[in-house]
Write a protein that binds this ligand. Structure first.
Ligand code: AOF
Ligand code: ZN
Length: 364
């Protein structure tokens, strides 16, 4: 059974792990704390994709003090040789006496085998220390490992009466400056920013992170007939920041070619209907090892994703404004549910950003 001190140390390891957010994907965020006789002798986290793992960074800091220490690791130590040698070997060699693990590694190359290797070497292993938090931390990584699709984050800004635009389509700006700055932070750690064709046309967005973040997202437009204007900001900047247009195989060849000539990557995806193509698009994003994607609308695209149970996380910005209109769009269209669900968002976080209310949580 984990002790109270175990929780405190694991909480610190989780905090360390989060520093790698946006830098480590498609690898997981991992943190490691080395504690000997109640004293922290080493801290480490996975800093960058391809770089040393959390355990090695902590061991490097602790040096000889690691002898006889307990290692608190948010994720089961790896036992395989990937881009780096196995962490289990490093922990054994350093003379670690006990390992406390947050959660088991969903990577089939490791899953359970890392813990077994430590036990075999005579190391005491405590599993499930702050397991829920440790699982939440790597949920996008776990989904990519198990389902082969990215973690889908839905984002919208709406008026207090639930509209994402006026009846004429006017939408700039609903949320305030602080909210918009936060969206740019979100974009900065994504693998892709996704919008539907209509949103690309009406809003003519750039979909870049300003200022630039930890990684550069590909800007994706779901555009069945490849109708995106060659004059759009997305197309005009496609040479500098990648744009992927996902269309149906029925999209006219000359439209596709024209977009390609403007440096847009055009991908005609299989599928008889919108839903099938959407599923295939998510599979393709998984093949590209995209871990997190931010879907910024519009209502139709978010509606299709919602109807297909494909939304994993929600970030909503609610402005104290009213616009009215029966025909004005709301964040999630599609068919919707028959009844109000009993389920709610999990890990709910609500805060004020100036006058806006910012709500985020996990839907799965
Ligand atoms: C990380 N960072 O701190 C730990 C990981 O290709 P590699 O060698 O970087 O190995 C990646 C795998 O190692 C990853 O899928 C996960 O299963 C395991 N643990 N990965 O990137 C870390 N501890
Ligand atoms: Zn490792």
């Amino acid at each position: 059974m984990p002790s109270e001190a175990d929780h405190l140390h694991m909480a610190r390891a989780l905090e360390l792990a989060r520093r790698g957010q946006g830098f480590v994907e498609p690898n997981p965020m991992v943190g490691c704390l080395l504690v000997r006789e109640g004293e922290v002798v080493g801290e480490g986290y996975h800093k960058k994709f391809g770089g040393p793992h959390a355990e090695r960074n902590a061991l490097k800091e602790a040096r000889d003090a690691a002898q006889g220490a307990t290692a608190f690791v948010t994720l089961e130590p790896c036992c395989h040789t990937g881009k780096t040698p196995p962490c289990t070997e490093a922990l054994i060699k350093a003379g670690i006496r006990r390992v406390a693990v947050g959660t088991v590694d969903p990577n089939p190359r490791v899953s359970g085998k890392g813990i077994a290797a430590l036990k075999e070497a005579g190391i005491e292993v405590t599993t499930g220390v702050m397991q829920e938090e440790a699982e939440a931390l790597i949920a996008p990584f776990a989904k990519l490992q198990k389902v082969g699709r990215p973690w889908v984050i839905a984002k919208w800004a709406m008026t207090l009466d639930g509209k994402i635009a006026s009846r004429t389509g006017h939408s700039q700006w609903i949320s305030g400056e602080k909210s918009r700055a936060l969206v740019h932070e979100l974009r900065g750690r994504m693998d892709a920013i996704v919008v539907g064709r209509k949103t690309a046309e009406v809003d003519d967005p750039l979909l870049t992170a300003r200022p630039a973040g930890q990684r550069q997202a590909t800007r994706v437009v779901i555009d069945t007939e490849a109708r995106l204007s060659l004059e759009s900001q997305l197309v005009l900047t496609a040479a500098e920041t990648p744009v992927l247009l996902i269309c149906a195989e029925t999209a006219p060849a000359e439209r596709r070619e024209a977009l390609e000539n403007h440096r847009v990557e055009v991908l005609a995806i299989e599928g008889k209907n919108h839903e099938q193509r959407l599923q295939a698009a998510l599979d393709e994003m998984g093949r590209r090892q995209w871990t997190n994607i931010l879907v910024e609308g519009g209502g139709q695209l978010l509606g299709s994703l919602f109807d297909n149970q494909a939304i994993d996380e929600v970030h909503a910005f609610i402005a104290p404004k009213l616009v009215g209109g029966g025909g004005a769009s709301s964040p999630i269209a599609g068919a919707g549910l028959d009844q109000i669900p009993t389920g709610k968002l999990r890990d709910l976080n609500v805060q004020f950003l100036d006058d806006d209310v910012y709500v985020n949580g996990r839907y799965r």
